[in-house]
Ligand binder design. Structure first.
Ligand SMILES: Cc1cc2nc3c(=O)[nH]c(=O)nc-3n(C[C@H](O)[C@H](O)[C@H](O)COP(=O)(O)O)c2cc1C
Length: 218
């Protein structure tokens, strides 16, 4: 019998046309947001913010950021049920990691006496510092773990989605400057339900490289 995991991954696809009348329930949205929060990251850094655009006004603000480029993605913003901005912290400071350690102590993962020893892991962040003293390549890669987690969670929930790297990071920074202070958004995720009669992508068969082209078992 086929694993339900494989069925989920075969059934999910990138939606190209949404039915604006269909909304994701609060319950399902809650599951998705908890899956995002539970996503793993290097040294448990969690250098991210997930900005959920739910109201018409927030979605319109996002839609307006497509004025210069990537208009092929603009339809999804107002037609989808929600749009989630995946944002990463450009500079991940020692105090950011200290906050993670303090939460670990609160959650009883470690006693307070181990705080200084635990902070040594910040050295890993320093190894990933760029010439500008920032860590954005490293923090951005963490957000993609949450993205993958979200895509699988959505597949399980039978919610359609569109990942969008085709967005205007600079205009998003301007539009959502209050929420994105110290963060950048390079990828967004529209979620909702397909318009089956209009979505050319929905009936297409899935296509991936052959097993032997991507998997090596030694
Ligand atoms: C990181 C990433 C960025 C993507 N950006 C876009 C995008 O801007 N617009 C779009 O329509 N699809 C985008 N896609 C969808 C991919 O083209 C799609 O996932 C891929 O062709 C595989 O097809 P499937 O998702 O239908 O299985 C993106 C996917 C990923 C993972």
């Amino acid at each position: 019998m086929k694993s339900p995991i494989i069925t989920d991954l075969e059934n999910r696809y990138t939606t190209k046309k949404y039915d604006p009348s269909k909304k994701v329930s609060a319950e399902d949205l809650g599951v998705l947001l908890e899956a995002l929060r539970l996503s793993p990251s290097s040294i448990n850094s969690q250098p991210w913010q997930f900005i959920v655009l739910e109201s018409d006004s927030a979605k319109q603000k996002m839609s307006d950021t497509f004025v210069n480029m990537h208009q092929f993605n603009q339809h999804h913003i107002n037609a989808a049920s929600h749009v989630i901005l995946f944002a990463h912290k450009t500079t991940y400071q020692r105090k950011d990691y200290e906050h993670v350690i303090d939460k670990g102590i609160l959650d009883k993962r470690m006693p307070a006496e181990q705080k200084e020893a635990a902070l040594a892991a910040y050295g890993f962040v320093e190894l990933n510092e760029d010439a500008q003293g920032e860590h954005k390549a490293w923090t951005k890669s963490q957000t993609y773990i949450a993205l993958g987690n979200a895509l699988h969670t959505l597949a399980r929930l039978n919610i359609d989605s569109t990942t969008m790297e085709g967005i205007d990071t600079a205009l998003i920074s301007d539009a959502f400057y209050k929420q994105l202070d110290g963060y950048e958004c390079h990828v967004a995720l529209a979620i909702g339900y397909r318009d089956s009669s209009e979505d050319y992508n929905a009936p297409l068969p899935k296509s991936r490289k052959a097993f032997a082209d991507v998997i090596t078992i030694l």
